[in-house]
Ligand binder design. Structure first.
Ligand code: AMP
Ligand code: MG
Length: 352
């Protein structure tokens, strides 16, 4: 798969705690006094991209402990759920497809269960079993030929969620894919899900007031309501990724903001670009009128899965899907006759 430069992030990582503690003056509303906090941050590489963790806490020790806790979780998640690492739990499940069950960590079991739930919620547009179809298009790109109808038909027969079997007992979790060739690929939800998990770990540290975890252009922020300083997120203009121009901005105390788009990662076959997002009904890369789909939700994994689903559904279907899910909102940038049209769900909280 081809990747753009790191600067072509779909979502701009400019989240920052707003300076709401400024003293009140004539043209500014007074804000309640808030306790002081120290800020620390750390950059990292994970999930084939760059990321950043920012923490505000009552003291330096808490700040650094929280960063370490978030980093450890991100590392563990990547080790467990990456389909690209031969030693990951997901790869072990995929290798054993049709043959047997694999012991997995409670966290991986939760991720797989969440993926099944998100898939149902999206009416199947998000499907974590797209692995064989992704593989087909990767091979096609390597060999510079289009997959045959038979190959696509065979891969489409491996998408049944009911054939993912999860079981738990005596503190152990196992997972089995029922048919040979089935392959889990959690890439469509991994970043939002991992950001949430990392925040949950950092929040456990006493004295932590706010945490932001950005992975590529996706991320989530949490800020203690008692501290009442929201994070501010910028959504990048998908038509000008190299400029980091902002299409919209939004603020929240507890929110994941995840964007899917076509231009950043794609397969290139005989000079033509194909989306890295697959329509699970056809087995073909999506040709959507959506330039980018940004989904906001308190649940980061759900936001990520829904953003991917929005690309599959097209602008009309995307807005309809999000309107039907309580807590999920979105900004869909649609291409109409060469122009960008912004479509927002009714509860979307952007500034524009
Ligand atoms: P995202 O950037 O979150 O939209 O995720 C894109 C990634 O999700 C792809 O690179 C695939 O690994 C995976 N994927 C592609 N199509 C789908 C789909 N329809 N449902 C779930 N995952 C998908
Ligand atoms: Mg996604």
């Amino acid at each position: 798969m081809t990747r753009g430069r790191a600067s072509a992030l779909i979502f701009l990582a400019i989240a920052s705690v707003l300076a709401l503690s400024l003293p009140g003056c004539d043209d500014q509303p007074a804000v309640p006094a808030v306790p002081q906090a120290v800020r620390c941050e750390s950059d990292f590489s994970a999930m084939s991209t760059d990321g950043q963790i920012i923490v505000y806490a009552s003291n330096d020790t808490a700040c650094h402990l929280a960063i370490a806790a978030a980093q450890q979780v991100l590392h563990d998640i990547e080790t467990d759920i990456s389909a690209f690492r031969a030693d990951s739990e997901i790869s072990a499940i995929n290798s054993a497809a049709g043959a047997g069950a694999v012991a997995i960590s409670p966290r991986t079991a939760r991720a797989i269960q969440a993926a099944k739930d998100y898939s149902r919620l999206s009416g199947g547009a998000f499907n974590p079993l797209v692995g064989p179809i992704m593989q087909l298009w990767r091979t096609a790109a390597d060999e510079q030929r289009l997959p045959s109808d038979d190959e696509i038909r065979a891969a489409l027969s491996l998408l049944d969620l009911e054939q993912i079997k999860l079981a738990a007992g005596d503190g152990r979790h196992i997972c089995r894919l029922e048919r040979p060739g089935m392959m889990l690929d959690l890439g469509g939800m991994a970043k939002g899900w991992a950001a949430d998990e990392a925040i949950a770990a950092a929040r456990q540290v006493k004295g932590v007031r706010a945490v932001l975890v950005m992975i590529g252009g996706d991320g989530a922020g949490w800020s203690d309501p008692a501290w009442s300083r929201p994070w501010s997120f910028g959504i990048q203009n998908p038509r000008r990724p190299e400029t980091r121009e902002i299409a919209d901005r939004l603020q929240a105390l507890n929110l994941a903001v995840v964007t899917s788009g076509n231009y950043y990662r794609y397969f290139e076959i005989r000079g033509r670009r194909y989306s890295h997002i697959i329509n699970p009904r056809t087995g073909l890369p999506v040709e959507s009128d959506v330039l980018s789909a940004t989904v906001t939700d308190a649940d980061g994994g759900r936001a990520d899965a829904l953003a991917t689903a929005c690309m599959v559904l097209g602008a009309e279907g995307a807005v309809e899907l999000l309107e039907g899910i309580e807590g999920a909102e979105g900004l869909i940038l649609q291409m109409v006759d060469g122009r960008t049209v912004a479509r927002r769900t009714s509860g979307y909280q952007g500034e524009k």
